[in-house]
Design a protein. Structure first.
Length: 198
């Protein structure tokens, strides 16, 4: 792993540890409550529909289908190594999420819309996995900064949708992003291959 990736991974790990400590100690309770209430104040039927649509793009089913199609396309282009990196990194993020949820056992908040998922709250799986998948896919598929930025924005919006719907605390989402940074840094053990310039 190159030095830059190692440094980014270390920052992500330290951020996750700090967020986890603040969360489990109760020190972040005020922050969570303030942000949740602030986000909920600008709720509307239209916004709720938009956020429900965004949250779907972070589900295992949606990402799984898109991931398989992307891997198939990469393999058909002779980029088998890229396909393996994409699939293995996402599966690693999935396993990491399950381990962390079981380790922290944080109960879900009372949702604003819909039912609460039947899993623990910290960290947010949507935030972790969407950041890993979309940012990694964009890095593999394109040299265009706009494309990579769009992937990051999508991941942020998916995390916001979880707060808006009330199924996660803000610190769950931040913890998910911090864990995603660690996963992405680990995936960058070598220069990430990208599509050739046209």
């Amino acid at each position: 792993m190159n030095k830059r990736a190692a440094m980014i991974g270390a920052v992500g790990l330290l951020a996750f540890i700090a967020i986890a400590w603040l969360t489990m100690s109760g020190a972040a309770a005020g922050f969570d409550s303030t942000v949740r209430n602030a986000v909920h104040r600008w709720s509307s039927p239209l916004m709720t529909s938009l956020m429900k649509g965004l949250t779907i793009t972070g589900t295992d089913v949606f990402i799984g289908i898109l991931g398989l199609l992307s891997a198939w396309r990469l393999i058909s282009l002779g980029r088998r190594a890229d396909a393996i990196v994409l699939v293995v990194t996402f599966l690693a993020a999935e396993i990491l999420m399950e381990i962390l949820k079981l380790a922290f056992h944080r109960p879900r908040p009372i949702p604003f819309f819909g039912e609460s998922p039947h899993s623990f709250s910290f960290p947010s799986g949507h935030a972790l996995k969407s950041a890993v998948f979309y940012i990694l896919l964009a890095s593999i598929a394109s040299r265009n900064r706009a494309v990579r930025s769009a992937a990051g924005i999508l991941a942020l919006l998916i995390g916001l949708s979880r707060i808006y719907l009330g199924v996660h605390y803000p610190t769950d989402v931040l913890g998910g992003y911090a864990a995603a940074v660690v996963c992405l840094a680990a995936a960058s053990y070598r220069r990430m291959p990208v599509c050739p310039k046209e």
